[in-house]
Design a protein around this ligand. Structure first.
Ligand code: THU
Length: 130
């Protein structure tokens, strides 16, 4: 799957987003090391803090299915700016995939690509507990 195809698959998830409060849908695709692609969307809640982001939805779906190694993530939104992953998502992803490549798209389907290590420098990792 090309980078653009991973991004386009993430765009298909926007319609699944549950966003009655922010009206800001986000879609994500997370590629496992075995090539399986896990999808996610943001799911909001009337207790706002209980909202889960699209990236973490994809991640917890993957981990709960037994996948713990990842190669690429795409995150997309309907925004003019690139849909940057929030800090909590960067941290959750870093736990499993510090070498992840992150594709970040905007509504015109243009995207940029960054290593997760660049988005979360000096990240806290399992080894940090040693
Ligand atoms: N959101 C994500 O899904 N991913 C991010 O990394 C940033 C924010 C969602 C959460 C909320 O539903 C909406 O975007 C507005 O913050």
């Amino acid at each position: 799957m090309t980078d653009q195809e991973l991004v386009e698959r993430a765009f298909t998830m926007l319609e699944r987003s549950y966003v009655p409060y922010s009206h800001f849908p986000v879609g994500a695709t997370l590629e496992g090391a075995d090539g399986v692609v896990y999808t996610g969307c943001n799911v909001e809640n009337s207790a706002f803090g209980s909202t889960i982001c699209a990236e973490r939805t994809a991640l917890v779906k993957a981990v709960s299915e037994g996948c713990r190694k990842f190669t690429r993530l795409a995150v997309v939104g309907n925004s003019t700016d690139y849909c940057w992953p929030c800090g909590a998502c960067r941290q959750m992803l870093y736990e499993f995939a510090p070498d992840l490549e992150v594709l970040v798209a905007r509504k015109d389907h243009q995207f940029v690509k960054f290593p997760l290590r660049a988005l979360l420098p000096h990240g806290f990792a399992p080894e940090s507990l040693d």
